[in-house]
Design a binder for this molecule. Structure first.
Ligand SMILES: O=C(O)c1cc(=O)[nH]c(=O)n1[C@@H]1O[C@H](COP(=O)(O)O)[C@@H](O)[C@H]1O
Length: 277
């Protein structure tokens, strides 16, 4: 991750081809439209000097197999251009089924092969062990939902686990942190999704000191959901060094003519936030 931040920066550009955005971009709400949208966002990411994209699979899935073909092309084009791809598929299942999901998004040569995927462990962290093993074997990243940015997640994610007494979010983070202990290097291989809209203390995720190895944190909620880039370090505290700032609508709404500029200015804002004493 340290090399990821050095070479690709912290901004993750979400590729979320909502119908309203396709219309604003003058594109059809179709598989051809999401393909064109995705490719243009990848191009703008390269031109804007950012290094990470996160295609939201749902918006492609709306068009069935044609949408998947479009997604494959977007992922492959981004990776060929040296951009890291986090497939936002939020998969989660058990046993051999979740293992197959892991293979779909992380196995070498899979048509959807990405650099990382989002995954749900609300069936128990043990349920995603196979993808965790695959990620480790293949040098891929996994981002496990821990404390999501949406307000509806709050009640369940703050609930306490009977056996440990810990909040669900904290339990997931602790289990992932324990898994990462076996890995060399300053950052763990498995990361977490922790929304920027939250007060982390509510989820028992405010730390006095950063866990070691550091946790990669995929941080959605900036822009359209209300969180401000200038608050990143305050929101995440000791977790801030691992944060990947993820934004979709707030970047994409700039439109095809201005998206590169939006990426450049967000990258600068993030740099200012991380450079200040
Ligand atoms: O895993 C995610 O990326 C994610 C987790 C979460 O807790 N909240 C969240 O909004 N997301 C995703 O992040 C993106 C947020 O989009 P914007 O609100 O438009 O920036 C969407 O693709 C969401 O699916």
């Amino acid at each position: 991750m340290a090399d990821v931040f050095a070479s690709r920066g912290r901004l993750c550009v979400g590729i979320d081809p909502h119908s309203f955005l396709l219309e604003e971009w003058g594109l059809a709400d179709s598989a051809a439209g999401v393909r064109e949208f995705g490719l243009r966002v990848v191009e703008a990411t390269v031109q804007g000097g950012a290094g990470i994209v996160k295609p939201q699979v749902a918006f492609f899935e709306r068009f069935g197999s044609a949408g998947y073909a479009a997604l494959e092309e977007v992922i492959q084009t981004a990776r060929a251009a040296g951009i890291l791809v986090i497939a936002d598929c939020k998969r989660g299942d058990v046993g051999t089924s979740v293992e197959a999901y892991g293979q779909s998004w992380m196995a070498e040569g899979s048509p959807l092969e990405s650099d990382a995927m989002t995954i749900s462990a609300f069936q128990g962290v043990g349920s995603i062990r196979k993808p965790m093993e695959l990620a480790r074997e293949r040098g891929k990243g996994l981002f496990v939902l821990a404390a999501t940015s949406n307000p509806e997640g709050r009640a369940i994610q703050r609930a306490r686990v009977e056996e440990s007494g810990r909040r669900v979010s904290r339990q997931i983070v602790d289990e992932i942190a324990a898994w990462n202990l076996a890995e060399p290097g300053p950052f763990g291989g498995v990361g977490l999704v922790v929304g920027a809209t939250l007060n982390l203390a509510d989820f028992d995720l405010s730390y006095d000191e950063a866990p070691e190895p550091a946790l990669p944190i995929l941080a959605p909620g900036f822009g359209a959901q209300g969180a401000r880039l200038a608050d990143t370090r305050e929101i995440y505290g000791p977790l801030a060094p691992g944060v990947i700032v993820s934004a979709s609508r707030s970047v994409l709404a700039a439109g095809p003519g201005n998206i590169t500029g939006a990426i450049v200015s967000m990258t600068q804002e993030i740099a200012v936030e991380y450079d200040r004493a």
